[in-house]
Ligand binder design. Structure first.
Ligand SMILES: [Zn+2]
Length: 448
């Protein structure tokens, strides 16, 4: 049974309003950022103009203007693989293992109390925490590897979860792989874990899959650690997508794809996998890919923006800051480096603003002070390891539900989450819960 009260989100800002962001450098590619003015209208970027040279579009006149001098604006990030319902689990297992099956068998044998504790939290609550975990690291779109939940992943969810995908867990459920593939519309991606292991069965999986399904650009293979060099060439030739999850692979298998192997795939993106095996969030994955695996910064920038959008077949211009694209963006202090070099050095603590489809969904205290009150309506403060962020999410209600189930406050990826006492918020706009206009949702919660 899911908790229906969680489905009542704080109201979104009126996204028909226009908003102007000025004074910041705006990333136009991994290599290039220029001082530009962004005019946003509704859910989209309306135009990007040279500062002070071009008048704002007629439709943008009259909206709020935010001064972001000293900041850099990057595209919102795309996480190509997560299981949002596993957000509250600690990292489990004592690897490395030959494959995911041995990992799963071990944690169900030795970690049962931890598993049962986290499963006491209702699934929808765990999924919302998963959305927040992604949001805090600048993710505006996340591919959720489990059923799409239309009662939850609506416009008010903290991050965008694409609806158009088919999926199966892996060849562990071979009949389901075939059934689900044939039930997936032909222009949607079909996603499954493949070769998540270094053992001989993992090395056979690609050949088995190729005997069952046509392998082409709509097939997305998560992990591919155990593929042979011959199979890697077949994957590359076919254009099939590959999602690289380095920290999860290193934790469970002691090995991941090498950077040159990843860059040989024409259709590839970066994913976190869930906190059950990952080491943190997407920005931690970005740093690992750069510092440990040695992948070049511009390539990693593409893995979490344009290449991820291509792999997931996102159709609206996600991953690029350009006119007509969704207003998905993140803001950090400008280090006067090229955008890709900035990205590979970021941690979640460096993100001061996240906008998802024209909605402000995350603000630091410094930028919250610059925002008109109307743009912050319905947002709530949270503390992560003592760092405050203002989020567009039902934070207080989430804490209440989670603490009631766990008997303690939640932690994600070893970061301690806590509510911010109202007494500390005297300088910020705070509205009591009772003022929230609950959005009406008619769908019944689905059973677990
Ligand atoms: Zn996974």
């Amino acid at each position: 049974m899911q908790n229906t009260r969680l489905l009542q989100f704080p109201p979104a800002v009126n996204v028909r309003e226009s908003l102007t962001l000025q004074g910041a450098r705006v990333a136009r590619s991994p290599y290039n950022a220029k001082y530009r003015t962004l005019f946003l209208r509704g859910t989209q970027i309306e135009s990007i103009t040279m500062t002070g040279v071009v008048d704002p579009p007629r439709s943008s006149k009259g909206g709020a203007t935010i001064d972001l001098s000293g900041y850099l604006i990057l595209p919102g990030l795309i996480n190509a693989h997560d299981h949002l319902d596993f957000s509250l689990f600690p990292r489990l297992g004592r690897g490395p293992y030959p494959g995911w099956r041995q990992w799963a068998a071990d944690i169900h044998r030795s970690e049962q109390p931890s598993i049962e504790e986290c499963l006491r939290v209702p699934r929808d609550t765990r999924i919302l925490w998963g959305g927040i975990h992604n949001l805090l690291s600048g993710v505006t779109t996340v591919a959720h590897h489990n059923p799409y939940l239309s009662h939850l992943f609506h416009v008010d969810f903290p991050v965008h979860v694409p609806r158009e995908y088919g999926w199966a867990h892996s060849l562990f459920e071979i009949r389901r792989v075939v059934e689900q593939f044939h039930q997936t519309p032909p222009d949607w991606p079909f996603i499954l874990h493949l070769a998540e292991g270094t053992d001989e069965p993992s090395q056979r999986e690609f050949d088995v899959l190729a005997s069952l399904l046509p392998i082409d650009a709509r097939i997305i293979l998560v992990h591919c650690v155990g593929v042979t060099s011959r199979q890697r060439e077949s994957v590359a030739r076919s254009g099939a997508g590959v999602v690289w999850c380095p920290s999860s692979n290193l934790y469970t298998l002691g090995r991941t794809l090498a950077a040159d192997q990843v860059s040989a795939f024409p259709n590839v993106a970066l994913g976190t996998d869930s906190p059950l095996t990952a080491n943190g969030d997407l920005l931690d994955e970005v740093r690992l890919a750069h510092e440990t695996s040695g992948a070049p910064a511009p390539f990693i920038y593409e893995l979490v923006t344009t290449r991820a959008a291509q792999l997931l077949r996102l159709k609206n211009g996600e991953g690029v800051l350009q006119a007509g694209a969704p207003a998905d963006l993140i803001v950090t202090r400008d280090r006067q480096q090229m955008p890709a070099e900035t990205l590979v050095r970021l941690s979640w603590r460096d993100l001061e603003l996240v906008m998802q489809k024209g909605r402000l969904v995350l603000l630091s205290p410094a930028l919250a002070d610059r925002m008109p009150g109307v743009l912050k309506q319905g947002m709530e403060w949270i503390s992560i390891d003592g760092v405050k962020r203002l989020l567009r999410a039902p934070v207080r209600r989430l804490f209440s539900e989670t603490s009631a189930s766990l008997g303690r406050l939640p932690a994600i990826s070893r970061r301690q989450f806590a509510p911010v006492p109202v007494v500390q918020l005297s300088s910020y706009e705070v509205r009591p819960v009772s003022e929230f206009r609950h959005s009406a949702r008619s769908e019944s919660p689905t059973p677990s």
